[in-house]
Write a protein that binds this ligand. Structure first.
Ligand code: COA
Length: 171
């Protein structure tokens, strides 16, 4: 599958329904489990605010040619080791996994970040126990910097891989 088979579209108010479909024990097992409705609404508003505030961009992943939403990909801004960086994450609904959609969508989102992101470095911090997400990093052009302790959600510590793309360098 190539990027021609999916499209990424910036987050809209209608995508709260997609966020709810992603919020299952199966989908959230590597990130501390499902969120409450209140947490989901906070997340949804944060995603809507990414572009106006210049912090990043969240997208829904649209499968072509049908046009249905099959997942999410996008990036925000965080502090990491004293610097302001971007952080990317992705989700593909179970019925559509294993077809290269996450890799294609992540490549498209990284390409958009190269054009639009405010900061030079884009990280991803998948759990060391999440082989699919680590494979997405490797196949979408991230470089593995090493293993790190990562706190997500606040108060929950996990062992993660620290992957990074240099948005200023397309090699
Ligand atoms: C991670 C996730 C987005 C991958 O979505 P996907 O569309 O199935 O991924 P792709 O089809 O693009 O596959 C990417 C690679 O991962 C590999 N992969 C997929 N599932 C795997 C698994 N369970 N174990 C090992 N490798 C796996 C695929 O084989 C593929 O590599 P390959 O082409 O070399 O075979 C999806 O599993 C998901 O949404 N998981 C739950 C949410 C999550 O954990 N998000 C990341 C938080 S850091």
């Amino acid at each position: 599958m190539t990027t021609a088979d999916i499209r990424i579209e910036p987050w809209t108010d209608a995508d709260l329904a997609l966020l709810r479909r992603v919020n299952t024990p199966e989908m959230k097992k590597h990130v501390g489990g499902p969120e409450t409705e209140e947490q989901l609404l906070v997340r949804h508003r944060r995603y809507l605010d990414f572009v106006p505030s210049g912090l990043g961009c969240m997208y829904r992943i649209v499968l072509l040619p049908e046009g249905g939403s099959v997942g999410t990909v996008g990036y925000g801004t965080r502090t990491w080791e004293g610097a302001t960086v971007h952080e990317m994450g992705w989700n593909v609904l179970p019925a559509h996994q294993g077809r290269g959609i996450a890799v294609a969508a992540t490549r498209a989102a990284v390409a958009a970040a190269r054009r639009e992101a405010a900061h030079r470095y884009l990280h991803a911090f998948p759990s060391v126990d999440n082989p699919a997400s680590n494979a997405v990093c490797a196949k979408a052009g991230f470089t593995l910097l090493g293993e790190t302790d990562f706190e997500f959600p606040p108060g929950r510590h996990m062992r993660s891989h620290n992957w990074r793309v240099d948005l200023a360098n397309s090699d």
